[in-house]
Design a binder for this molecule. Structure first.
Ligand code: HEC
Ligand code: HEC
Length: 190
């Protein structure tokens, strides 16, 4: 079976799929919004493989495009652009991320692993839609839905944009950047 972990790093034109409304609605609406989001998150996490044809999409020929950077240029860009911007995004979610650095995404051994992604240092996510729905709605882990919504609405779009890639949109099948570009997928015990 083809795994999402081995997703082809094809690039696309940068586009954003943002425009999410602020959410502090009454609790019943919040619940409905939440479960709709959880379903979309789940699809993004699990149906990504359908969108991953391995095609050679031609990205916009930008002078400093991520895909054309050397390894050294990528290190520089991660320092100058990615880390500062992603730190802002994470700190807005939880001030504890003020100490965010390369290891938050790449792990303590990131440098020795040549910063290969996905990262074994962060949570393994379930590799099936059923598994993901269970995982994210586990009553013993109410924080997982919050985390996943934050990831889907903020982290994935921002990271995709920084890398001039397109967030995978489960409703259209467009894009190829998703959860599995950072998280490994596998079987996850409840
Ligand atoms: C918010 C998460 C995040 C943080 C923080 C982060 N990175 Fe990355 N990094 C990524 C992702 C995602 C990729 C993979 C991009 C892709 O799919 O091509 C990546 C890729 C890389 C690559 C390219 C690896 C390759 O195979 O070409 C290097 C080098 C790198 N990061 C270095 C760093 C350094 C150095 C820091 C700290 C200054 C850092 N990263 C911080 C998410 C992060
Ligand atoms: C740019 C990299 C990146 C992408 C893309 C990403 N995540 Fe994350 N995610 C992280 C990092 C880093 C953490 C760990 C934060 C910490 O140190 O606690 C995390 C944590 C989580 C957690 C909390 C796990 C726990 O420890 O309980 C969940 C759940 C999660 N992510 C789900 C997702 C989902 C679902 C997607 C796709 C919609 C996604 N993530 C996309 C980087 C990423």
């Amino acid at each position: 079976m083809r795994s999402m972990i081995t997703a082809d790093p094809a690039t696309n034109d940068a586009r954003t799929t943002q425009g999410q409304p602020d959410h502090a609605p009454p609790s019943d609406r919040r619940t409905r919004t939440r479960s709709a989001v959880v379903r979309r998150v789940s699809m993004a996490a699990c149906l990504f493989v359908a969108a991953c044809g391995g095609a050679e999409d031609s990205g916009d020929p930008e002078p400093t495009a991520w895909k054309d950077m050397s390894f050294e240029q990528r290190v520089t860009y991660m320092n100058s652009d990615v880390l500062p911007r992603m730190k802002e995004v994470f700190v807005a979610y939880d001030p504890a991320f003020e100490t965010m650095d390369c290891t938050t995404c790449h792990g303590a051994d990131g440098a020795t692993r040549a910063y290969a992604m996905p990262s074994p240092a962060i949570a393994v996510l379930p590799d099936t839609e059923e598994g993901f729905l269970e995982y994210v709605q586990d009553p013993e882990h109410p924080e997982r839905a919050e985390w996943s919504t934050f990831m889907f609405e903020k982290v994935v779009p921002e990271m995709a944009s920084l890398l001039q890639r397109v967030q995978y949109d489960p409703t259209t099948g467009n894009g190829d950047f998703s959860c599995n570009n950072c998280h490994t997928l596998g079987s996850v015990k409840p």
